[in-house]
Design a protein around this ligand. Sequence first.
Ligand code: ADP
Length: 375
Amino acid sequence: MAEVIFKQLRKTYSNGFEAVHGIDLKIEDGEFMVIVGPSGCAKSTTLRMLAGLESISGGEIRIGDRVVNPLPPKDRGIAMVFQNYALYPHMTVRENLAFGLKLSRLPKAEIERQVSDAARMLELEDLLDRLPRQLSGGQAQRVAVGRAIVKKPDVFLFDEPLSNLDAKLRASMRVRISDLHRQLRQSGRPATSVYVTHDQTEAMTMGDRICVMKLGHIMQVDTPDKLYRYPRNMFVAGFIGAPEMNIRPTELVHENGTLGLRVGGSVFTLPAAVAAKVAAHGAQDVHYGIRPEFVSVSIAKPNGESAQGRLLRVENMGHEFYLYISVDDGEIISRMSAEHASDVVVNGLGQTVYFQFESRQCHVFDTSTQENISL
Ligand code: ADP
């Protein structure tokens, strides 16, 4: 069992700055947990405390059945993969992979077996005699992952491991690391993984669950699907998803027993179940949130509730378009398939357009607490 538990974990740096404000988190045995958030939210500080590279100022860290607070990194059963690979430059790939095993005085044959296992898993067999400077970034990062694997740790720690790679390589390494985690799980060697990134795409595609942080606090811990569909607050709603959720101030309109949102001079009625939750909360000052894929745009006035805006900008992504509509004093983004957007796009920028919300998909946030009051 190698679950990881933070209890009221705190970090105050020596200059008095409190970077982590007493967080609680339970990572299950064998789980792939991604810690994500913008720069400065303390994800690295948190990971480094778990690794034992940074002292903790309060609370407790458990790995498996041990409190590891006083233990040095080497006694915590962890292996870490860093952004800058941290390979030994004067050693070949083979020697880099074998180094930790030699230190632990394993028999030579066993070391060779484990190195070749890792090399096979990560397709490094043809590179074993090269030095790190003879490797591409992607290859070097694979060696770094291999070096972690041969340690057979209880917990893998990844600190932004893909940040130095170009977009294409990042995408293929994402898949490779996820596959590896699955392989280890299937082979009966499940390894708990804690993966830190600022990139929400990595978080969404790799995490069994995602822990979203902001300024040293945890905002939400959930599966990718739940975070996307049921963000608990404005921060998570805005952080997860690209293009971002449209989040704007609005006015609640009570009319004939229904509750609606005023947008661009029109009112979009909320479904009864959502309206009931929002009304029960009682907030007056609110923002609405709607993901771009639930905003559709047309030239002709559609049936049903719609509002007017002006087409400001179009981004062609090939299979879909992002349409930027000016409304009130701001912008709304719509994400439409190329097929559905083509009418709007050919008519050109600057023209008046109509847009509709799939109101079932609307979120309502209390402006003062930023909490999602429509869940
Ligand atoms: P992230 O990894 O999310 O970008 P960090 O964990 O690196 O964030 O940093 C969290 C906060 O702690 C930031 O405000 C950063 O400036 C601060 N910080 C990091 N290291 C130190 C340090 N050694 N002394 C003081 N403050 C630090």
